[in-house]
Design a protein around this ligand. Structure first.
Ligand SMILES: [Zn+2]
Length: 292
């Protein structure tokens, strides 16, 4: 997916946020401000300098509390399958519409058990639990999306009251910001801990979201594009050029692979906004020559 470069006469600073979905972490993100007036379009490399990345953060899967609530609800729902309702379910499982000529049997069973099934499914307790589950999920996603889009500033506003709060809010929402999200093949369930598509949808309600090809972003160093090798711990990498004796030493010694990817994605997003091509090392072989 592409986005148009910023116009030449643009003078407003743009907040650039790079986010990378991971398996262990739900999303890592890095943020930086692109100010066209300060450097007149020459600050592409800024995002790659550790000092200018204003913050990096992530959501570990354990923070996704919705998961535990869902498991609890499932447990409770299972425990309610007793007595008449259990019999009704058994009766329904014996007939199948797929079997030839079974339509009459199916209809009979469906009508015979209708009252019992409806009474259970529409019962107050069951509905309340389902709604609580939905709310917990939405609340969780909303918090994650706000943290990615607005970060610590949003937290600071939460503690204010009255006029000051309204003023800060207005300022915050007026600042243009773009989220660049790593376009991984994500789903949920076995592929990851949370519904990332729902998270993306939430995020897109707040700020423009651009899906970026994350090819090699977690395999190359964000500072010098050197090859990253296995570090001291799992999922922690070190740059090949950080060894002593190499001509142009790099300071990246221990970096989490998802954080590295988030910074890389942010830097690519910044290039996209400035209309500068994707660096050669991060390009796929079989793509058109000009690729963001
Ligand atoms: Zn490096």
């Amino acid at each position: 997916m592409d986005c148009k470069p910023l116009p030449q006469n643009c003078s407003t600073p743009v907040h650039v946020i790079g986010a990378d979905p991971g398996q262990v972490k739900i999303a890592s993100y890095a943020r930086c401000v692109l100010d066209p007036t300060k450097t007149a379009g020459s600050n592409i490399e800024d995002f790659t300098r550790p000092s200018t990345v204003s913050s990096t953060d992530c959501f570990p899967s354990r923070k996704y509390r919705f998961e535990s609530l869902m498991r609890l609800t499932e447990k409770v729902e299972k425990s309610r399958v007793v007595g008449q309702y259990k019999e009704a379910l058994q009766q329904m499982s014996q007939v199948s519409l797929k079997a030839p000529g079974a339509a009459v049997d199916y209809a009979e069973a469906a009508y015979a058990t209708l009252d019992i099934r409806v009474a259970e499914l529409m019962s107050k307790d069951r509905r309340r639990r389902r709604f609580a589950r939905l709310r917990a999920r939405e609340r969780n996603l909303h918090h994650m999306a706000t943290a990615i889009a607005y970060g610590a500033e949003q937290k600071a506003i939460r503690n204010r009251r009255g006029k000051a709060k309204r003023k800060l809010k207005k300022q915050l929402y007026a600042e243009p910001r773009v989220v660049f999200f790593g376009h991984a093949q994500f789903g949920h369930g076995s592929r990851g801990p949370c519904p990332r598509k729902a998270l993306l949808r939430r995020l897109a309600f707040m700020v423009p979201v651009v899906l970026l090809d994350e090819f090699r972003t977690s395999a190359r160093c964000y500072s010098c594009f050197g090859v990253l090798t296995q570090g001291s711990r799992p999922r922690v990498l070190r740059c090949q050029n950080s060894r002593a004796g190499v001509g142009n030493p790099c300071s990246v010694q221990n970096i989490d692979r998802d954080t590295n990817a988030a910074v890389n994605i942010g830097a690519l997003g910044m290039r996209m906004l400035l209309g500068v091509e994707r660096p050669r090392v991060l390009r796929r072989k079989k793509t058109p020559r000009f690729q963001f």
